[in-house]
Ligand binder design. Structure first.
Ligand SMILES: Cc1cc2nc3c(=O)[nH]c(=O)nc-3n(C[C@H](O)[C@H](O)[C@H](O)COP(=O)(O)O)c2cc1C
Ligand code: SF4
Length: 600
């Protein structure tokens, strides 16, 4: 390229980037959207682009680069015109991910984490993309390709090589796999009925009804929604925000993908009810990048609700009640599901969780009082409004009212989404999904707990076996420690934001120790040390990620200690990790000497 051509290209790019910035009012708070658009256009965010963004937003280049480097789907280097991200979750590996990965490498002629010489295609690993019921699955330029096999890979790659549009590469479609419709979320309802009821009450009465229903947060922590709303109202701010957490990043969960596809208006109505109760003008759905394929569908449902006067100005004819919803896409970071990391991300920054207090209800988005609620929680609110708190409380158990949406995957005949009453036992759940010969169930994803059959009589409920809804069934023939515990530890290492020392380094130490045991070089003492060290993170890390990242090790040592002990080949209390043969092998090779020292 000549110097003149290069100048022309740069000024064309500058013009384009400035236009993108203008679309977001050159607001640095919208940096995520700006970067997403530039990444989509140029398949990376070049040094020149970073400079232009920094200049125009009046922030430092380092600030822009920091945000870029935090998220999986932003890149300073080109990722390929077609960027293929193949899911590397434990469940993807159960169902043939390795053959699919090999087929991609063979058809493209490149290994993972590389781009073809002509810059056309790049192939990358990624963490769980919310498709555990239809694995192996890949994300290509934001579109999902589920149920892959080597033959489909061949078709995809040949389509790419012949320049096909993403949507024409394969007639692949994400399935909903709704296996059980329960009485709360999936029961018939008239859109707008919940809002109508809410508007017949005062905002205080709406909060009281939600409090009386005991709807607890479905995002995992189980905090009562009504109480959270009450705290927010009492924090006294005049500008209040409502954020719907649709980050759904816990490996094994995909129920919100289905709610967003099948019941978007139930959610938006729940948000409007919350907005009325909390005096919110703007609601934001933080949607994980992996679900960006749903954005157009959600936006059209939002528009329909505006047309029906269920969103917008003077909602339901009530003058002064103005509320609208926008969608904020994430860019790939599990920790952004943590509510304060999510708020940082929404402000265009790295998604590093904040120190708390203050809690978001006092100081949240843009430092204003903010309620963050999960998708399923807000859907429950709509039904509570329509049918009343007593109806809701009559379903489920004493401390867990209503139903729970489960995402069930792994070794079972009918993986998918099930709406069950709280209180269902694990044995009943396994019968329901057609699972026999079960070695373990991973309840609540990697940050939850791995249980053995002696716990299958436990009930799914906050007071017994609490869960955000991810359930992975692990059959007898699976290698629990290699294929699950190790995969989960690698996930947490990859996803730590790195702010806390123990979260950053302890997980790596634990993984190394685990690997030592898995390779047969461990001792009984190593198992005890692994268990004791694993307990440290819960006390010293700032957020839930670091506090739970050792759960895969802790729960499997507690419930499957025999598997660890079976790998220990010696009674010795201590074996040196230092291998002299290995350490001197390189120098021996140089001088042509055979190592003669026996290590161990
Ligand atoms: C690492 C981490 C990831 C999380 N991911 C999510 C998520 O994807 N969706 C969600 O609703 N809550 C997630 N949470 C919990 C949120 O911090 C928060 O409690 C929740 O969104 C509040 O909504 P709820 O009260 O309606 O459950 C996560 C927490 C942690 C520590
Ligand atoms: S615990 Fe881990 S993920 Fe959470 S703030 Fe600390 S380093 Fe970040």
């Amino acid at each position: 390229m000549t110097i003149v051509q290069s100048h022309k290209r740069c000024s064309f790019m500058k013009e384009k980037i400035i236009n993108i910035l203008k679309e977001y009012n050159t607001d640095k708070g919208r940096l995520m959207d700006i970067l997403l658009d530039i990444q989509g256009e140029y398949h990376h965010i070049s040094d020149e682009a970073v400079r232009i963004i920094a200049d125009q937003l009046d922030i430092s280049k380092v600030d822009v680069e920091q945000t870029i480097s935090f998220y999986h789907f932003f890149s300073l280097e080109p990722v390929g015109k077609y960027a293929i991200y193949l899911n590397d979750s434990a469940v993807a590996n159960m169902f043939g991910r390795e053959e699919v990965a090999k087929a991609f490498e063979k058809e493209l002629g490149i290994p993972f984490n590389a781009v073809t010489g002509d810059g056309l295609v790049g192939i990358w690993d990624t963490a769980d993309i919310g498709m555990n019921d239809q694995e192996p699955a890949a994300l290509i330029n934001g579109e999902i390709f589920p149920n892959l096999d080597p033959a489909k890979v061949k078709t995809i790659v040949s389509g790419i090589k012949s320049g096909k549009e993403i949507k024409d590469l394969l007639p692949a479609k994400v399935e909903d796999n709704i296996r059980k419709e329960g009485p709360v979320l999936f029961s018939e309802y008239e859109v707008g009925a919940g809002l109508k009821k809410a508007l017949s009450l005062t905002p205080e009465q709406v909060v009281d009804e939600v409090k009386a229903s005991n709807v607890r947060g479905r995002g995992g922590a189980g905090f009562p929604a009504g109480m959270k709303w009450d705290f927010c109202r009492k924090s006294g701010g005049d500008e209040v925000y409502l954020v719907c957490n649709a980050d759904e990043g816990e490996p094994g969960t995909f129920k919100e993908r289905v709610i967003l596809t099948k019941l978007p208006k139930l959610l938006f109505e729940g948000m409007a009810i919350a907005a009325y109760a909390l005096n919110v003008k703007e609601g934001i759905i933080y949607l994980r990048y992996e679900y960006s394929y749903l954005k157009a569908l959600l936006e059209s449902a939002i528009q329909e609700m505006r047309d029906e006067k269920l969103l917008g100005n003077a909602i339901g004819g009530k003058s002064g009640f103005d509320f609208d919803i926008r969608i904020q896409l994430g860019a790939g970071a599990y920790v952004c599901g943590e509510e304060s990391g999510l708020l940082e991300s929404m402000e265009g920054k790295r998604g590093e969780p904040r120190n708390r207090p203050p809690f978001p209800v006092e100081k949240g988005y843009l430092d204003k009082p903010t309620v963050v609620n999960n998708v399923e929680t807000l859907c429950c609110v709509t039904k509570v409004m329509i049918n009343g708190a007593d109806w809701f409380k009559a379903i489920g158990t004493k401390e867990s009212a209503g139903t729970k949406l489960l995402s069930i995957s792994g070794d079972c005949e009918k993986p998918g989404v099930y709406e069950v009453d709280w209180g269902l036992s694990i044995s009943e759940m396994l019968d329901m999904v057609g699972a026999s010969s079960v070695q373990a169930v991973q309840v609540g994803g990697p940050s939850g707990t791995c249980i053995d059959p002696s716990h299958f009589n436990k009930k799914i409920a906050f007071e017994d076996l609490a869960t955000g809804g991810s359930m992975i069934v692990i059959g007898q023939e699976r290698n629990l420690l290699n294929d699950f515990v190790l995969n989960f530890m690698e996930f947490f290492i990859e996803e730590s934001c790195g702010s806390c020392g123990p979260c950053r380094s302890l997980t790596v130490t634990l993984k190394n120790k685990l690997n030592r045991i898995l390779s047969g070089d461990g001792t009984q003492n190593d198992i005890d040390e692994l268990y004791n060290w694993a307990g440290v993170g819960a006390a010293v890390n700032r957020c839930g990620l670091g506090q739970t990242s050792a759960r895969p090790i802790i729960s499997t040592i507690e419930n499957f200690r025999g598997l660890y002990e079976g790998l220990v080949k010696t009674d010795a209390q201590y074996l040196s990790a230092f291998n002299m043969d290995e350490a001197v092998s390189e120098s021996c090779e140089v001088v042509g000497r055979v190592p003669n020292i026996k290590s161990h």
